[in-house]
Design a protein around this ligand. Structure first.
Ligand code: ZN
Ligand code: ZN
Length: 373
């Protein structure tokens, strides 16, 4: 705790200058090093001398009466390599740096999301998009002042940008430095602000930008556009703009990592006999050969027709899943043909097979033959 200089000298708060001088002389005689050299007494002598220095000086005494400590503004810590700036920063924020702060600041980064198609993720794309950010005010080019005017010195802080107050706290008496409230710490005041930006030096505007999206991006990929973010106040440098990719769902192809998947449904007869089907892939139209006897659930892999790796080389695959459809509504002629086929293959008596455990073997043969589910 800070010293109470009055009690150190043993005088009351309304003691006269003469009372103070007398009290000090009396104590000094008792505590003087020539009289009493032991360390505890010497410590007390220093305290008494410090108290006298304050209370004998009308200006310092007044400061002390108002709550300040002119001998030791950082009361309670007794010096010794203690970095007061760091301490103030830790307790009150800011600190450390002294003097008026600049009106010019770096702008913030900004983030927008951009929806792209799967094809754009696979091949890469050049896209235009609009973004709403702060840009340098064209009227004042960032200065924030009306034409022909300049900021004037802050009358409150005399241009220092900060004000000091002394407070009592659990730490003792602490001198706190705060940014000046009148000028927000700038040390200057803009009395004639720019009519367009109102002294901020920047305005918001919508711009159109172009971005090159590399092949291989996916939802969550962020592309950094240097210095395309928010311009700082006072015409300060712009932050960066991050474009976050959001990939839209594709109607046919689903993406899992670098691989693409799709499902083709073919009739049972086509599965049994084999078929060639046209398929529009992201790399163009292909003729897909489905071999005779293809089962439902079979996967045809086409290497390198997936999504390219964003970093490095290589591509994923396209996986085509085959879904064989078993006919559900047969007319009498179709049913007759199937019965004949079954008979030819020795797979007689289709009726009633399901649920009959003795015929499970037959059923699985049929399923293999016709690709039923
Ligand atoms: Zn302006
Ligand atoms: Zn000020």
């Amino acid at each position: 705790m800070a010293s109470d200089y009055y009690s150190t000298l043993g005088v009351t708060k309304d003691a006269s200058a003469d009372d103070i001088k007398k009290a000090y002389r009396k104590l000094a005689r008792e505590l003087h090093p020539d009289v009493n050299p032991d360390p505890a007494t010497q410590e007390r002598f220093k305290e008494v001398t410090a108290a006298y220095e304050v209370l004998s000086d009308p200006e310092k005494r007044q400061m002390f009466d108002m709550g300040g400590d002119p001998m030791n503004p950082y009361a309670g810590f007794g010096g010794g390599g203690f970095d007061f700036g760091d301490f103030m920063g830790a307790f009150f924020g800011g600190g450390g740096q002294r003097g008026p702060r600049s009106r010019v600041r770096r702008g913030q980064d900004s983030l927008i999301r951009l929806e792209i198609d799967l094809a754009e993720a696979v091949h890469g794309a050049r896209r235009e998009f609009t973004v709403d950010t702060a840009v340098v005010c064209p009227t004042c080019t960032g200065a924030g002042t009306a034409a022909g005017t300049e900021p004037s010195m802050c009358a409150m802080c005399k241009g220092r940008g900060e004000t000091q107050t002394v407070t009592r706290s659990f730490l003792g008496q602490v001198m706190t430095t705060r940014p000046c409230g009148a000028c927000q710490g700038y040390g200057t005041v803009i009395s004639h602000p720019c009519h367009e930006c109102g002294s901020d030096g920047r305005v918001r505007t919508r711009r159109t930008l172009t971005i090159d999206i590399p092949a291989g991006v996916e939802t969550g990929t962020r592309i950094q556009l240097t210095s395309q973010g928010e311009v700082g106040q006072g015409g300060g440098p712009a932050g960066d703009l991050y474009v976050e990719i959001v990939e839209k769902q594709h109607a046919v192809f689903h993406r899992r990592g670098h691989n693409l998947h799709c499902t083709i449904t073919i009739p049972m007869t086509a599965a049994a006999l084999g078929v060639t089907v046209p398929l529009e892939t992201l790399h163009g139209e292909i003729s897909l050969d489905i071999a005779p006897g293809t089962h439902s659930g079979a996967v045809l892999k086409r290497k390198g027709e997936g999504v390219p790796h964003l970093r490095g080389s290589g591509k994923g695959d396209l996986n085509i899943h085959i879904d064989v459809q078993t006919p559900t509504k047969l007319d009498s002629k179709q049913e007759e043909l199937l019965r004949q086929l079954a008979a030819l293959r020795g797979e007689v008596n289709v009726t009633g097979i399901v649920g009959n455990s003795e015929n499970q073997g037959l059923f699985s043969k049929l399923r293999d033959a016709f690709g039923g589910k």
